[in-house]
Ligand binder design. Structure first.
Ligand SMILES: [Zn+2]
Length: 119
């Protein structure tokens, strides 16, 4: 069996050592270790949010989101960090997870909405 080395197209923008994205013909492609993991229309903001959320939850792009968030108000950044810290206790988005999130940040929904409007 031959081991396949990660392959990234020339114009890939790297998020970290295993994750990159590139644009082609109006689409954004996401690669993890050289394999495509997501693709969406460049203008599709909902998909963008969904993917970024997924990458964070799968621990693939914490640094990327922090860079994106620097432009966001402080409570938005806090929301993302608290969200991630709650995942150390509850891995999934279960009822228990949201209960913990609400305990740590009662107005988290407000900042999540604000953040979504910015991205
Ligand atoms: Zn999460």
């Amino acid at each position: 069996m031959q081991l396949q080395l990660p392959f990234f197209p020339e114009h890939t923008r790297y998020i970290n050592s295993t994750l990159g994205l590139f644009e082609k013909e109006g689409y954004v492609y996401y690669l993890h270790n050289g394999s495509p993991i997501y693709c969406h229309l460049k203008e599709d903001r909902n998909s963008y949010r969904f993917i970024v959320g997924n990458l964070i939850c799968n621990k693939l792009c914490t640094i990327f989101i922090v860079i994106e968030l620097i432009k966001a108000p402080k409570p938005c950044i806090e929301y993302v960090i608290i969200h991630e810290l709650c995942h150390l206790i509850h891995r999934d988005h279960t009822k228990a997870f949201f209960e913990l999130l609400k305990t740590e940040m009662p107005d988290w929904e407000r900042w999540k909405k604000k953040l979504e409007m910015m991205i």
